[in-house]
Write a protein that binds this ligand. Structure first.
Ligand code: 1GP
Length: 230
């Protein structure tokens, strides 16, 4: 599947405003994909609006599903997160069960991409929402990565520091024990140096917030990541 080749991804939040000019630069930046997702304030209208605008460009676009009310047809892929270090089964599998009960007979399973999240920033919204146990040691992160690959057989293990730049040692610890499962890293990338450092470790680098804070710097991360081969 093509998402297994992605090295750089921009994550766009439907609840945040972005001008047509900025969106054009993001979509034509050479990034491998646009991932549409966020934690709160998302409505179906906002998702549809962003989908239509991104569809003007050739870049693949995936929806990371955070609530079933905001799902629409028209994306190339649907990423289905499970928060492996949540303390609540809601975020690990209950919401997924609800969605499968409602849509299971109609789903195109080939478009669905399950992701195992490991949230390591205790202060980010998604950590609070999912009541994630974020105080993990390297040994814990390794166990979560192995759970993703060898028990749940997930194609993606996502080390999430949303909002802050993460500890490369934690990311490396996960990478060292993964073979087939792809390692996504996201969180606090604001510079070429940070993008380069994480691209030397993780398979796929996700840049989110900085698109809205400093577009020029965010765009520079694309070529920085593409220069590094693992
Ligand atoms: C968020 O991992 C992504 O889900 C990207 O993080 O917004 O901090 O870049 P940032």
């Amino acid at each position: 599947m093509e998402y297994l080749e992605w090295r750089h991804v921009f994550k766009l939040d439907p609840a945040k405003e972005i001008s047509d000019e900025a969106l054009k630069r993001v979509c034509e930046s050479g990034t491998d994909a646009i991932l549409v997702g966020g934690t709160d304030g998302i409505t179906l209208d906002l998702v549809l609006d962003l989908l239509v605008r991104v569809r003007r460009y050739k870049v693949p676009v995936a929806l990371e599903i955070s609530s079933i009310e905001c799902v629409s047809p028209g994306f190339d892929f649907y990423f289905i997160p499970s928060v492996l270090n949540s303390t609540q089964t809601t975020w690990v599998k209950d919401l997924q069960i609800e969605a499968i009960k409602e849509f299971g007979d109609f789903l195109n399973w080939d478009e669905l991409v399950p992701e195992g999240y490991c949230i390591l920033n205790p202060d980010c919204k998604v950590a609070h929402l999912t009541e994630a146990k974020t105080s993990l040691s390297e040994e814990d992160v390794i166990a979560h990565a192995r759970l993703a690959e060898y028990i749940f057989k997930l194609p993606i293990f996502y080390v999430e520091y949303s909002g802050v730049y993460g500890n490369p040692n934690m990311v490396r610890a996960a990478k060292n024990v993964l073979t087939n499962t792809r390692l996504f890293y996201g969180g606090g990338i604001t510079s070429v140096d940070q993008a380069t450092e994480m691209a030397k470790i993780a398979d796929t680098i996700i840049v989110g917030n900085h698109i809205y804070n400093n577009l020029h710097e965010a765009l520079e991360t694309v070529s920085a990541v593409k220069r590094i081969s693992l």
